[in-house]
Design a protein around this ligand. Structure first.
Ligand SMILES: Cc1cc2nc3c(=O)[nH]c(=O)nc-3n(C[C@H](O)[C@H](O)[C@H](O)COP(=O)(O)O)c2cc1C
Length: 262
């Protein structure tokens, strides 16, 4: 189990970047990294927002985080935050595997708010390391987030649900493993998509798997090659405040119905 804390510091005239630089140069970051139970303490500088710095810290457990909060360093950090006059937004999640697979659920109403590039990269990376037949990695992932690209998605599917980013998960049939007419192109891309979906949930990005789209129209709109087979769409973002959740999420068959011991 570990606890992940994301803190977004936002200021003016690049003060958030100055703050992060001073945290590093003062030695505070190194001291925190040496604290008991700290697994990560790292700043990111989102490309699309120069006024915001993202801190990702990770702790072995609640106790380690408590100790950190009680340490003398907290006063120094608060002082620096005051000096640079920064606003702070905190996200917190426990990313043990059990929590992630139970928490993942279909989101059918998203806010406008975009996900930042660091998070998107983490999601794409989770797809990159997925297993594929013969390790041929036939997946081709297209990231639709521009206005034009999202408009095209809306032309081919009713299921974007206002998400600001949509992954178009495809598979290159010419790259995928094939024998005697059987190909793993779909399986490979499905595993990649599953990895990305679970990582999205892991880092607090809501998502859904979409099969309802016009494949030929999608290929045409995005000018995909003949050999590129769209497998699914994954809208990504943050669920709308008033989204009620998917009523089917907790409706699952008993194991006796789906598993047979032979
Ligand atoms: C292969 C697959 C295709 C799906 N296609 C769609 C879709 O086209 N539109 C949609 O709204 N939801 C779609 N879903 C979402 C499912 O309805 C949802 O995952 C299911 O009800 C289980 O709920 P949960 O994801 O909240 O646990 C799809 C899910 C999967 C796995």
């Amino acid at each position: 189990m570990s606890l992940i804390i994301n803190i977004y510091y936002t200021g003016k005239n690049k003060s958030a970047i100055e703050f992060a630089k001073e945290m590093i140069s003062s030695g505070l970051v190194d001291q925190i990294r040496n604290e008991k139970g700290n697994k990560r303490y790292e700043y990111f500088f989102p490309e699309q927002d120069p006024e915001t710095v993202l801190l990702i810290d990770e702790w072995e457990n609640e106790e380690a985080l408590d100790l950190h909060h009680k340490s003398s360093m907290m006063a120094e950090i608060a002082e620096l935050r005051k000096k640079y006059n920064l606003k702070m937004r905190v996200e917190r999640y426990t990313n043990d595997f059990e929590t992630v697979i139970r928490k993942r659920t279909a989101t059918r109403k998203f806010k406008e708010e975009k996900i930042d590039r660091e998070k998107l990269n983490k999601i794409l990376e989770a797809g990159r390391i997925a297993p594929t037949a013969k390790n041929l990695q036939p997946q081709k992932i297209y990231v639709a987030s521009s206005k034009e690209a999202l408009e095209k998605i809306d032309k081919v599917s009713p299921c974007r649900y206002n998400a600001p980013t949509v992954l178009i998960v495809c598979s290159d049939k010419e790259i995928a493993w094939e024998k005697e007419g059987e190909s793993t192109y779909e399986m490979d891309a499905t595993i990649v998509a599953t990895h990305m979906m679970l990582e999205a949930t892991n880092i607090g990005v809501d998502n859904i798997w979409i099969k309802m789209f016009d494949k030929n129209k999608l290929k045409e709109e995005f000018k995909l090659g003949e050999n590129i087979e769209p497998i699914c769409l994954i809208p990504l973002g943050y669920k709308a405040e008033d989204y009620q959740g998917n009523p089917l999420h907790n409706v699952r068959k008993d194991l006796e119905e789906t598993v047979t011991f032979l």
